[in-house]
Design a protein around this ligand. Structure first.
Ligand code: SAM
Length: 325
């Protein structure tokens, strides 16, 4: 028999740091854009009183079901709702709920441990499974394009481009070439089948440095789930939605995402486009607030030891200030 949800071993990444940085009040309106296993949402909910509100979004039906049960265990008078959707549609999700300003917008982007660990989701190159990689794979709104579709149907150049751009893989061209050669013989359906193809396309010395499929799998996952576009859309929505003194905290796990977040937060802090030798600003673009996390907050050595998957995490936080930032 399964024990209570709280008995599950789930460690949210940068948990203490996130809660400290988000400055949640008991009456805050909070949005967790990536509910996942409910780790951060639960910590947020525990801070809220009767006038507080939590909206927790995830595109993965299994995550929503499991996290809902986990959140139900919290004794709270705050209102909370689990929403099926993507955070790229945050403005719409808020509009539908008459939320004009949120005090906290939080996201812990990427995939969850559950998604990686379940072989049939196809995210892992360590276990055999179908090349799926969709976060949203059930119900009538399920995404249609899987990793199998991309690997078997894209042209060689487009495939190489995805692997290079989203995986920062230097052997992208030769991996794409080998994929195209192999798929002429036999459709590529499985994770380990793809791993072997990648292995045969990169120099042996590269395979000794670590799993040669890591970057290609990351690239395919990002492409299947349109992850960078989702992040761009979220970042477009944040300034309008964040309340005065509200905070936006985003945890990311690779440099592509972190770079986007860093650049946007810096631009919100210093939007002025005037040349540096202009004596006064003429563009009229005023700061929207300030970055409060310096160069980003990383997990402690103790956290990485406890949870090695946290090792590449970086939290960046922005505070909206209406008026003189
Ligand atoms: C790293 S996990 C979040 C873990 C969560 N913070 C916790 O402590 O349990 C990321 C979650 O975000 C979801 N996700 C990723 N991109 C999304 C998007 N664009 N819209 C909605 N959910 C998304 C994934 O399905 C996954 O469940």
């Amino acid at each position: 028999m399964e024990g209570p949800q709280s008995a599950r071993k789930h460690i949210p990444v940068l948990a203490t740091e996130s809660i400290a940085q988000l400055q949640i009040r008991s009456d805050s309106v909070c949005i967790d854009c990536t509910l996942g296993e409910g780790g951060h949402s639960r910590l947020i909910l525990e801070q809220l009183g009767p006038n507080g509100r939590l909206i927790a979004i995830d595109r993965d039906a299994e995550a929503r079901a499991s996290a809902t049960a986990y959140l139900r265990e919290v004794k709270t008078e705050a209102s909370w709702e689990v929403v099926a959707g993507t955070f790229g549609k945050l403005a719409e999700i808020c509009r539908e709920r008459d939320i004009v300003a949120a005090d906290v917008i939080f996201a812990d982007i990427g995939i969850s441990s559950r998604q990686v660990d379940e072989a049939e989701r196809g995210f892992s190159y360590l276990q055999d499974g179908p090349l799926d990689m969709r976060m949203n794979r059930s119900g009538t709104n399920a995404d249609e394009r899987t990793a199998e579709t991309l690997v078997n149907e894209l042209g060689e150049r487009e495939l190489a481009d995805i692997i290079r751009r989203y995986g920062e893989e230097r052997y992208a061209a030769s991996i794409a070439r080998r994929i195209v050669t192999e798929r002429r013989q036999k459709r590529i359906r499985g994770t380990l089948q793809l791993l072997e193809i990648i292995r045969s396309a990169v120099p042996a010395a590269e395979c000794r440095k670590g799993n040669p499929a890591r970057r290609t799998f990351q690239a395919l996952r990002i492409a299947v789930n349109r992850e960078l576009q989702e992040l761009e859309d979220l970042l477009d929505a944040v300034p309008e939605l964040l309340a005065d003194r509200g905070r936006c905290g985003i945890i990311s796990y690779h440099s592509l995402e972190d770079r986007l977040i860093k650049q946007r937060m810096r631009a919100w802090q210093k939007p002025c486009t005037c040349p540096s030798d202009f004596p006064v600003c003429v563009c009229g673009l005023l700061p929207l607030g300030k970055v409060v996390s310096g160069s980003g907050i990383e997990p402690s050595a103790a956290e990485v030891k406890r949870n090695p998957r946290a090792r590449s995490a970086r939290l960046r936080v922005f505070e909206r200030i209406v008026g003189d930032a």
